[in-house]
Design a protein around this ligand. Structure first.
Ligand SMILES: Cc1cc2nc3c(=O)[nH]c(=O)nc-3n(C[C@H](O)[C@H](O)[C@H](O)COP(=O)(O)O)c2cc1C
Length: 162
């Protein structure tokens, strides 16, 4: 079983989760980047992201160097919870990759600031549709992510168990 981890992260929490998951799963890891980065100021980033998240807009992303989904059986997809849904660059990537994910096992993880899963898993499943086998998503506290290594590893074990 060959696994990839594909993620977007603004302030590093989802990156830490993605790296921990990739290490445990023996997976290749790839980062989604917005074509135009969001402001590094939290308030400005929130203002910029709000209409995109609420309007389910597809913010343009850079193409991910070296990622050929055909090589993988399973893909973990990571996003921060932004305005209750996935970050727009993740929505863009999933939308663009939907056909390439056909027949694969796909599992979402997210980090949040206290809201938990909100609509993230549901919105993700809606974009993917029936193309892939979608496993139950999991939410992790962003502020506690560095002390959540065991929980992240357990998540990988549970989702990859035969
Ligand atoms: C634009 C923006 C919107 C956010 N919206 C939410 C939200 O609706 N619910 C929530 O629990 N956390 C929200 N957060 C907090 C992030 O989900 C949390 O800090 C996450 O761990 C950040 O991941 P990152 O470090 O990978 O960017 C938001 C953060 C940002 C920057």
């Amino acid at each position: 079983m060959k696994t990839a981890v594909v993620y977007f992260s603004w302030s590093g929490n989802t990156r830490f989760a993605a790296e921990t998951i990739a290490k445990k799963a023996g997976a290749d890891i790839f980062e989604i980047k917005a074509e135009t980065p969001y402001s590094s100021d939290f308030g400005k980033c929130c203002d910029e992201a709000k209409p995109e998240c609420q309007g389910k807009l597809l913010r343009p992303i850079k193409s991910i160097e070296g990622l050929d989904l055909a090589k993988y059986d399973a893909v973990f997809v990571g996003t921060p919870n932004w305005w209750g849904t996935m970050a727009p660059p993740v929505r863009t990537w999933v939308t663009q990759s939907k056909d390439a994910l056909k027949g694969k096992t796909v599992c979402l993880f997210q980090t949040h600031g206290g809201g938990g899963m909100q609509r993230v898993g549901k919105d993700f499943a809606e974009v993917i549709g029936d193309a892939a086998k979608v496993l139950p998503p999991k939410a992790f506290s962003g502020s506690a992510i560095k002390s959540s290594v065991a929980a992240l590893e357990a998540f990988v074990s549970e989702r990859t168990a035969k």
